[in-house]
Write a protein that binds this ligand. Structure first.
Ligand code: TYM
Length: 333
């Protein structure tokens, strides 16, 4: 049964193809949770522009991400699906929260350190303050639960700290402290080319990831070319990151236990296992890819979903901003 006090917010950046990591680490949990929680699923385009984007590609990617959410099983009628930039209150709240966030907290964020690279002085301010915008996304809807992959955990902990700071500074128990929801079995899906590196949209090699738009031949080729080792059998041993990762993907796709996976595949060599996981992945992903194609042929339908979602999100956002302005001491003339 829906409990109106429990609310989910989560999002994906529209910066290219969604991959198996986004799907297994985040979207699959959304699909499972959408019926127990009031849910907002955002296409976080404001976050996307913290790295330079081609405007035409960004527009396409926003529709593709929307299509992916629906194709993966998110119900656009029950839930709110919308682009972040359509609700200006995200940016507005981010500013107010940034005035309540010590710089020292942002300096601890590991993602900024990774993304900014060596020449940190040249990194855009938006990349640095990105986690404050993320806190605003979450708090604007007084979100209680945030389903994400493990790489976002630190950002959600920061959102909790920022919520606490705001509540303290204005002497109000206003924002709930959001809980991260991270699924153990798919918390961190690794690159197919290097089992110690996260599967990521920004990896130069497309062979490092399975995209939700990949066809059967491409999926088979990517698994065939995936890095392997020379040891017999498949296991979850830390010393065999590629075996551990592929078996983990198998567990997550099939929804079985690790023990069951070892029972089914422990004796297989890498190449036999690659054939098996290709079959499982294709069976699981083909309907999603097909549905995405159908949806992308109907951009007007997708835009209507986004417009409807934006209107519904805005209703909640306006109310929060009015409360926040009141607490801060702004005149609402
Ligand atoms: P983004 O776009 O990098 O990733 C979207 C979601 O996919 C998860 N994910 C993974 N999970 C497991 N293994 C992987 N290899 C993997 N790669 C990505 C991410 O953890 C994430 O859940 N800052 C966020 C987007 C965001 C957001 C928010 C999320 C903006 N505002 C508010 C939650 C709440 C991001 O860049 O995700």
């Amino acid at each position: 049964m829906t409990n109106s006090k429990k609310r989910i917010f989560s999002g994906v950046q529209p910066t290219g193809n969604l991959h198996l990591g986004n799907y297994l680490g985040a979207i699959r949990a959304w699909v499972d949770m959408q019926h127990q929680y009031e849910s907002l699923f955002c296409i976080v385009d404001l976050h996307a522009i913290t790295v330079a984007q081609d405007p035409a590609k960004l527009r396409t990617a926003i529709r593709e991400t929307t299509a992916a959410y629906i194709a993966c099983g998110i119900d656009p009628v029950k839930n709110i699906i919308f682009p972040q930039s359509a609700v200006a209150e995200h940016s507005e709240l981010a500013w107010i929260l940034s005035c309540n966030t010590p710089i020292g907290w942002l300096n601890r964020m590991t993602q900024f350190k990774d993304k900014a690279g060596k020449d940190r002085e040249k990194a855009p301010l938006g990349l640095y303050s990105y986690p404050v915008l993320m806190a605003a996304d979450i708090l604007l809807y007084k979100t209680t639960h945030v389903p994400v992959g493990e790489d976002q955990k630190q950002h959600i902990e920061l959102a909790r700290d920022i919520a606490g700071a705001f509540n303290r500074n204005f002497n109000a128990e206003y924002f709930p402290l959001p809980e991260p929801v991270i699924r153990a079995e798919a918390a961190r899906i690794m690159s197919l080319r290097d089992g110690t590196k996260k599967m990521s949209k920004s990896d130069e090699s497309d062979y490092s990831r399975i995209n939700l738009t990949d066809d059967v031949t491409t999926i088979a080729l990517k698994f065939r070319k995936a890095k392997s080792d020379m040891i017999d059998g498949m296991d979850f041993d830390e010393s065999r990151p590629e075996s551990k990762n592929l078996l983990g993907i198998y567990v997550a796709l099939k929804g079985i236990s690790k023990e069951q996976a070892l029972h089914e595949c422990g004796e297989l060599n890498f190449s036999a296992f690659k054939n098996l996981i290709t079959e499982v992945a294709v069976e699981h992903l083909s309907p999603i890819t097909q549905k995405m194609r159908e949806l992308l042929a109907e951009p007007d339908y997708l835009d209507k979903i986004l417009q409807d979602g934006s209107n519904r999100a805005k209703e909640i956002a306006t109310k929060t901003m009015s409360d926040v302005k009141n607490l801060v001491g702004f005149l609402q003339v």
